[in-house]
Design a protein around this ligand. Structure first.
Ligand code: SF4
Length: 265
């Protein structure tokens, strides 16, 4: 059964939420330029990309989208980059981990290091996500996410705008339900990852994502071997582990900021 058939069910106040999200995006583009969307290519982020288009943000200078290609994503996930560029007037910037560092980690710890300990899993996330994220966010005044309060206990306190030391984190979907997300995808034919139709509600790297069964929590398919409190990769975890407001430290020198498109050119 498709994710749309399973989940699409708008809240009674969906129309108001939509108006609020579009207004927030316009405010963010005006107040926090250069503004970028950190897209995981999940359902929420596909909706944010669509709303950016609806709000006219792709006609606004200083607005961009980036994806962190960890080298461990499903092919279906990577394929969404091209589908975004076909559907919307935007080029997606792709950031990847430093190859030497990633290879050295695998040689030292094995290709399944993430299952061996929490420390190794976090080290892998640091190399493949956090360091590229720091490069992607360098110089930006604001970043957009698809965080929703409903997603997990750790995300229950997320606000529309969170002022971080170097930039604002803007979350236009905080009040949206899963039903709202899939309703929006359905009525606008927004492209989405076909893995969502195979009971993958939350999709990350292939080794760290599994399908869930009926009744399981939205994020139970992510790092399923860890306890609940550890289940974030670091992108949205605060220093006290209870709130999502911290931005990444700059782990690499700014000289290494090279969008993959430029490397491939
Ligand atoms: S989610 Fe898994 S594979 Fe991806 S960076 Fe983190 S530990 Fe590594």
């Amino acid at each position: 059964m498709s994710a749309i058939a399973l989940y699409a069910k708008p809240s009674p106040d969906f129309a108001e939420k939509l108006v609020h999200s579009l207004a927030l995006l316009k405010t963010a583009a005006a107040d926090y330029s250069p503004l970028t969307q950190a897209s995981s290519l999940g359902a929420e982020d596909m909706v944010v990309t669509h709303l950016m288009h609806e709000a006219g943000l792709f006609d606004t200078a200083g607005v961009s989208i980036f994806v962190l290609d960890t080298g461990m994503l499903h092919a279906e996930t990577v394929a969404l980059i091209g589908r975004i560029e076909e559907r919307y007037p935007v080029k997606v910037d792709v950031y990847r981990p430093d190859l030497e560092t990633a290879n050295a980690f695998v040689q030292a710890n094995g290709s399944e290091a993430m299952y061996k300990s929490l420390a190794l899993r976090k080290q892998c996330c640091h190399i493949r996500k956090m360091a590229p994220l720091a490069r992607a966010l360098a110089g930006k005044k604001g970043w957009l996410t698809g965080l929703r309060r409903e997603q997990s206990a750790a995300r229950a306190e997320v606000h529309d705008i969170e002022q971080q030391p170097e930039r604002a984190k803007v979350n236009p979907l905080v009040e949206w339900t899963q039903g709202d997300i899939w309703h929006c995808i359905s009525i606008n034919a927004i492209p989405y990852n076909p893995l969502h139709d195979q009971f993958f509600p939350s999709i990350g790297c292939a080794p760290c994502t599994r399908a869930v069964t009926l009744g399981e929590d939205f994020r139970s398919g992510r790092w399923w071997w860890e306890n609940e409190s550890a289940k974030e990769c670091g992108l949205h975890v605060a220093a006290d582990g209870t709130h999502e407001a911290q931005e990444p430290a700059a782990f690499e020198p700014l000289s290494s900021i090279i969008p993959i498109r430029e490397i491939q050119a």
